[in-house]
Write a protein that binds this ligand. Structure first.
Ligand code: ADP
Length: 403
């Protein structure tokens, strides 16, 4: 029976999953990917095979009692019906926050789960949802090893000064520092950089993870030295619906002058700002690109996104002390040649000369000879998790074998 790894990424009303086969000494092989969304209201289920062909889908009309637990049970049944002869070896969970404690993936037990629960206030919109399937699996499938992989871990290599926030000690002592996020994406890219030659693997690189959430990471020799997200995933670039960095004075103004309460301010900053807030129509870059020629607010939202990326690149280049290469990844970075062109044009101070044809093709090197390099490299957060899980399981077996 082929040992199989299940990788989960749980949101408030969604559960994304991928299934990998484990083959000794080889890269994990993706066999299924899919998601449940609309959990708790009108759930949908969709699953594709490893090459992206749609295999199955489902819909539940009245879903109040169909949450993460029911989704996991449905998935377990689906897997047993569609995978003769598989054996689930472990479940991996994407967990946004490892706090100051977890520097690498960890095997979850009750004590680890309690520690992770303490970080819920650090990522109130994500952490609790990420932990829910861990509880479900330990209740329903207690024999299964569970491994938590963190979005914060990759940034543990940052120097102390990059993580420090200029606040009094009694506040910093509560864990108020810059953590950084999108670490699984950055870790995956750092792992493939050696395949792309010297500047990426051993140089000064800025990676632009531009998706619905967006951040930049400065890497030297493949390790994080600075990043645009900080204490929370609200910092740095404007995103699909998040404001990005904001003068704290604006928050006081919303609270005391506009009389919004804390929950309303949180909702504005996380859910109604960024590309959506500025355009007034959408957080989706595809829609904004379609509207931009005729809709000045859609154009302005894109212009602000590009302007802020360029300014943050400048800040990270200062932290790195130079720049050898820029890497675009995630939904917008991988798929939108116009954003890449506009960013490279804005950052022409760094000497970028775009190769238009390569940019339109959208993979690999997209700059001309003699320019600092710019690359498009697809990210794969689930694969890095599956690799970590495989390594940890192998380590565990080794530990058992040696007593
Ligand atoms: P998430 O942070 O939710 O994982 P993704 O990495 O999937 O987000 O990125 C979503 C973003 O990528 C959306 O703004 C979407 O419009 C954009 N995107 C996806 N495909 C394209 C495309 N072909 N052209 C422009 N933007 C795209």
């Amino acid at each position: 029976m082929v040992p199989t790894l299940l990788v989960l990424n749980a949101g408030s009303s969604s559960l994304k999953f991928q299934v990998f086969e484990q083959h000794e000494g080889k890269e994990p092989r993706r066999v299924f990917r899919g998601l449940f969304d609309g959990l708790g209201t009108a759930p949908n289920f969709m699953v594709r095979d490893g090459s992206g062909t749609r295999l199955d889908e489902g819909r539940w009309e009245s879903g109040e009692r169909f949450g993460h637990e029911q989704a996991l049970l449905h998935l377990a049944t689906w897997l047993s019906e569609h995978r003769g002869g598989y054996r689930l070896a472990a479940v991996g969970h994407r967990v946004v926050h490892g706090g100051p404690v977890f520097r690498k993936p960890v095997l979850v037990d009750d004590a680890v789960l309690r520690t992770l629960e303490q970080f819920i206030p650090l990522a109130p919109l994500h952490q609790g949802h990420n932990l829910e399937p861990i509880r479900v699996v330990s209740r329903r499938f207690p024999q299964l090893p569970q491994i938590a992989c963190f979005d914060t871990s990759f940034h543990q290599t940052q120097p102390e000064i990059a993580r420090l926030i200029a606040l009094p000690r009694e506040i910093r002592d509560k864990g108020v520092q810059r953590y950084g996020f999108h670490g699984l994406s950055y870790a995956y890219l750092a792992s493939v950089f050696p395949n792309y030659g010297a500047p990426l693997a051993s140089g000064k690189v800025v990676v632009a993870h531009l998706g619905n959430g967006a951040s930049l990471c400065a890497m030297a020799n493949g390790a994080s030295v600075a990043t645009t997200m900080g204490f929370s995933a609200l910092d740095g670039l404007p995103m699909g619906t998040r404001s990005g960095s904001i003068d704290a004075g604006v928050i006081f103004y919303m609270l005391s002058e506009m009389r919004l309460d804390v929950a309303e301010v949180e909702q504005v900053l996380y859910s109604r700002s960024g590309l959506l807030g500025v355009s007034g129509v959408s957080n989706d870059m595809r829609k904004l690109r379609a509207l931009a020629p005729t809709d000045p607010d859609a154009r302005l939202a894109i212009d602000l996104f590009v302007y802020r990326i360029n300014r943050e690149i400048g800040s990270l280049v200062a932290a790195l002390g130079g720049l050898d290469a820029l890497v675009f990844t995630a939904g917008i970075g991988e798929n939108d040649p116009a954003t890449r062109r506009e960013v490279l044009h804005a950052a022409r101070w760094a000497g970028f000369k775009i190769d238009e044809e390569a940019n339109m093709r959208g993979t690999g090197l997209i700059t001309q000879e003699g320019s600092p390099q710019a690359w498009v490299i697809p990210t794969d957060e689930e694969l890095i998790m599956a690799r970590d899980m495989q390594r940890m399981l192998a380590g565990e077996q080794l530990a058992e074998a040696t007593g």
